[in-house]
Each structure stands twice: as structure tokens, then as C-alpha cells.
Design a protein around this ligand. Structure first.
Ligand SMILES: Cc1cc2nc3c(=O)[nH]c(=O)nc-3n(C[C@H](O)[C@H](O)[C@H](O)COP(=O)(O)OP(=O)(O)OC[C@H]3O[C@@H](n4cnc5c(N)ncnc54)[C@H](O)[C@@H]3O)c2cc1C
Length: 469
């Protein structure tokens, strides 16, 4: 691509207008008023996994980080509902069914705000047919809601226009990351330039435009399936979550039927081609799980929705720079929870975008120092002073490793979701890290720094690139 292809440089381009891309656009504009933001989708807004989503939020997380994200998202959705009239998000009474032996785990995994409370029996499901299996208990929780995710994405986008430019029906076919910008070539022939690109591609993690960057993340794509139960819900029917099966029975009042979601174990599928319709395999699997709780409903389940989602090994979303320059940020791998965690993923994306320029500047300065030092050490070596060159190398290796450790410590606090302490840690550690890198740069950090270059930004600066201010 030549610079002549590009007319102006945007602050942020988001690839993918699913719920995560739209939410990230909204949070970026809120955090950096005046920023030039564009969203690109090969399809329409709210397509992909978001269009098929059951849209259930329930207040839980299997790790501290995901619980923190669930709490933040729940608050943020509450604010959005107040702000945007008609946002299709509905509160839903929620009952959790689990083996009595797993009661302790429920207390750990559900947010304190959920007010987990034992109930004597499961509320009547469709046609009163849901039963409590032997050895199981039931608990009510607060905070459950479900959404028409496609509709939420549409409304978010509608309110962002025209401040944010949406390119629909435009596939990103190539991305190039340069030291000062990212260039994106679209299927329409247009070329965009941006200071930062956010990849929010849902299950399209293997697109050739970015698979070199996403492959090291170790993500996989799994099929996600929900069967439709052709029974009309009554107005006060609620969702029943089968905790140990990772399944739920949800009344979709706006569509006039119930939905049964179960965990499908078909891995390494593709969002292209044949994975967007049900086969006899999924119907049989879903019915077998439902049979345990509501045998009377099995005959009402013969259709449904199926697609896929990206999963990480840690079963927690991934938000991090993926390119060498630190200008391309991946945001996704929502593990089948991309609706309920989207606001928290967007908040992490804002923080990552805010650090891009500071990080690349620090890296450029470090690289210049490194080059100067390598030259100095080489001169010492040529001059025959082998011992002092060795000593310099060893000292700088230790400092460089400490710098990287400091950065990683700050990152792990960040990942744990403790924003305030992460900020404090980053500030303290960044100073240390920068000092150590500087010290290392003065000696000879070429090898150790190159080998263990951290993948996250280290500096806390939450400012957007200058052009947005
Ligand atoms: C059947 C089903 C039920 C689910 N139920 C729930 C639930 O109850 N609760 C919950 O929280 N989550 C649920 N999920 C998961 C949730 O829907 C996803 O995690 C979420 O929608 C992911 O959002 P996203 O924005 O990352 O991806 P997507 O919605 O897939 O959006 C990605 C977008 O990127 C675009 N794109 C891809 N490649 C390119 C390219 N090269 N150029 C331009 N654009 C591109 C695609 O067109 C797409 O629109 C469910 C998923 C499924 C399939």
C-alpha cells in the first residue's frame, strides 16, 4: 500500500461491528470526545455471533477477572438502559439449579450482588414441566437479564452515527502495521489509515488479514447451539440455569417461545460455510441434555440457532496488542459470553488504545538507545576489551529481565481486573521498568530485550493519540 492511497489518518478503526465492536466504539467516543473513529464490517451491524446470540446475562464468573467484568458490564448495561429508551434488554427472574455438592462453588462464582438465595423448588418452566433432579438444589439470583443482541448493536450504532463512520458490506482484506500508523485495505478498494486498529472479529480469528497476529494467542473456535422450544412463555416466567450442565432454559417473550441452550463440544469449526445451521447431531445432543430436566419438552425442540464463538485457553476474554508496533489491539475471545461481557471488554479496549502511543514512543527510544549501546560494546570488543564487554552484557541482561518482570507484574494486576491498584502498580512499575530499560540501553540490552519483549503497553498514560484531543 502506498501513502497516496490514504486521505486522512483516523484515530481508531474497529474491525467488526458485532456487540463488542459497537460497544468499543461507544466507549472510545465517550472516553475520547472528538476522536475520529470508524467501524468496518464485512456484513451489517450486529451480524456474526451477535445476531444468533441468546443474549443472556447472569451475574457470575468462574474467575476473579470474569466476575469483575460481569459486575462492570451489569452496571454499564443498567446505565445504557436508562440512557437509551427502547434498548431491547429485559430483566428476567433467574433460578439456578445445581448439585447440592456444588453449592459452595455457587457462592464463589456468583457475584455478591446476586443475593444467591435457596428456594424450595424450581419455578414452573414451559408448561410446568421442569423438575429438580435428585441431589440437586435451586437458588434464586438477582441481576439476570436478556437482550436482543442484534437490536442492541443496531441501536448503539444508530446513536453513534454520524460521529462514527460505519463501513458495512466492506471486508478488511489486508492490514499493515507501520511504526506510526496502521493501514487497512477494504474489499471496496478503499484504504484507511489509523493510529490504532481494534480487531473485534468474533469467531473470524483466522481471517488471512490478521491470522499471523491472532495465531499466537492460541484461540479456538467452538460451535454454540441453542434449540427453540415451541411453547409460549407466560409474562412472569423466568430463566432456569442448569449450572453443572452449562445450559439454560430462557423464555424469549419478544419472540413468543422458549430457548434451550446447551454446551456443544464441537471445536475448531469455522464461521464460514456449513456451521450456521442445525444438524441431527445438535438436535440429538440438545434433546439428551434437556431430557434430564424436562422430558416433556423434548418433542417441542426441533429447530433453533447455531453459530460459533472464539474461546481462549483461560476461558476469559483477550484484550491486547498483537502486532510488533503495538498498534493493533485484539478484543474478543468471549467464550460464549460476549454479550454479557461486552461493556467490560470495551472498557479494557479503551485502556489499551490509550496506551498505544506512549508505548510505541518508549519502544522507539529504547531501540535507539539499544543500537547506540550495541555499537559501543562492539567497539569495546574490537578494541580487545572482552571482559568489560561481557560484564556490561551480563549486567544489562539482569536489568532487562527485571524490567520485563516488572511489566508482567503490572499486567497481571491489570488482568485481575483491579483497576485502581493496577493503575498504581503500573505507575510505580512503569517508572522502574523504564529506568531499567534505560539503564540496560546504556549497556547492551539487544538480546535480552528482543527475546522477552512484553506484549502489553507498560505506561499508564490514558490519553488518546494527539489528533483526538
Ligand atoms: C447461539 C449462540 C448463543 C449465544 N448466547 C449467548 C448468551 O446467552 N450470552 C452471552 O453473553 N453470549 C452468548 N453468545 C456469545 C455471544 O453472542 C458472542 O460472544 C458475541 O456476540 C461476540 O461478539 P463479537 O462482536 O465479538 O463477534 P460478532 O458478533 O461475530 O461480530 C464480529 C463481526 O466481525 C465481522 N468481520 C469478521 N471478519 C471481518 C473482516 N475481514 N472485515 C470486516 N468485518 C469482519 C463479522 O461480519 C461480524 O459482524 C451466544 C452465541 C451464539 C452463537
Amino acid at each position: 500500500m502506498s501513502p497516496a492511497d490514504t486521505t486522512s489518518v483516523l484515530d481508531v478503526v474497529i474491525v467488526g461491528a458485532g456487540i463488542i465492536g459497537c460497544m468499543a466504539a461507544r466507549e472510545l467516543v465517550a472516553a475520547f470526545p472528538g476522536a475520529a473513529v470508524a467501524v468496518i464490517d464485512r456484513d451489517q451491524v450486529g451480524s456474526g455471533a451477535s445476531r444468533r446470540s441468546a443474549g443472556l446475562h447472569f451475574p457470575r464468573g468462574s474467575s476473579a477477572r470474569v466476575r469483575g467484568m460481569a459486575a462492570l458490564s451489569e452496571r454499564r448495561y443498567g446505565e445504557l438502559r436508562e440512557e437509551i429508551p427502547g434498548l431491547p434488554i429485559h430483566d428476567v427472574p433467574t433460578t439456578v439449579v445445581a448439585a447440592e455438592s456444588n453449592a459452595g462453588r455457587l457462592t464463589e462464582h456468583y457475584l455478591p450482588s446476586a443475593g444467591l438465595d435457596r428456594v424450595r423448588r424450581v419455578p414452573a418452566g414451559p408448561a410446568g414441566t421442569v423438575r429438580l433432579p435428585a441431589g440437586s438444589g435451586a437458588w434464586s439470583v438477582r441481576g439476570g437479564q436478556y437482550a436482543d443482541v442484534h437490536g442492541v448493536a443496531q441501536l448503539l450504532a444508530a446513536r453513534l452515527r454520524p460521529g462514527v463512520r460505519f463501513f458495512e458490506g466492506a471486508r478488511v482484506v489486508a492490514i499493515e502495521s507501520c511504526p506510526d500508523r496502521v493501514r487497512l485495505r477494504l474489499s471496496t478498494g478503499e484504504v484507511l489509515a489509523a493510529r490504532t486498529a481494534v480487531l473485534a472479529p468474533g469467531p473470524w480469528i483466522e481471517d488471512h488479514a490478521w491470522r499471523g497476529w491472532t495465531a499466537p494467542l492460541g484461540l479456538r473456535v467452538k460451535k454454540v447451539v441453542a434449540l427453540h422450544v415451541e411453547q409460549r412463555p407466560r409474562p412472569d416466567d423466568g430463566v432456569i440455569v442448569f449450572e453443572d450442565e452449562d445450559a439454560f432454559l430462557l423464555p424469549l417473550h419478544h419472540r413468543g417461545h422458549w430457548l434451550f441452550s446447551y454446551t456443544c463440544a464441537q471445536w475448531d469449526v469455522s464461521p464460514e460455510g456449513t456451521h450456521s445451521h442445525l444438524s441431527t447431531v445438535e438436535i440429538a445432543e440438545g434433546r439428551a441434555v434437556l431430557e434430564r430436566f424436562a422430558p416433556g419438552l423434548v418433542r417441542h425442540c426441533g429447530t433453533g440457532r447455531v453459530f460459533c464463538d472464539a474461546y481462549s485457553a483461560e476461558r476469559a476474554p483477550v484484550v491486547r496488542p498483537v502486532d510488533e508496533q503495538g498498534r493493533v489491539i485484539f478484543a474478543g475471545a468471549a467464550n460464549g459470553s460476549g454479550y454479557r461481557l461486552a461493556p467490560a471488554i470495551a472498557a479494557e479496549t479503551v485502556r489499551a488504545v490509550g496506551t498505544v502511543d506512549a508505548w510505541t514512543t518508549a519502544r522507539a527510544a529504547g531501540a535507539a538507545r539499544t543500537a547506540r549501546t550495541v555499537e559501543a560494546v562492539e567497539k569495546a570488543e574490537i578494541a580487545g576489551s572482552v571482559d568489560s564487554a561481557e560484564a556490561a552484557r551480563t549486567a544489562c541482561a539482569v536489568e532487562a529481565v527485571e524490567a520485563v518482570e516488572a511489566v508482567e507484574a503490572a499486567q497481571s494486576v491489570w488482568i485481575a481486573g483491579s483497576v485502581d491498584s493496577a493503575e498504581a502498580a503500573r505507575t510505580a512499575r512503569a517508572v522502574e521498568a523504564v529506568e531499567a530499560v534505560e539503564a540496560a540501553g546504556e549497556a547492551r540490552p539487544a538480546e535480552p530485550l528482543r527475546a522477552s519483549r512484553p506484549t502489553h503497553p507498560t505506561t499508564p498514560a490514558p490519553d488518546l493519540p494527539r489528533s483526538a484531543q
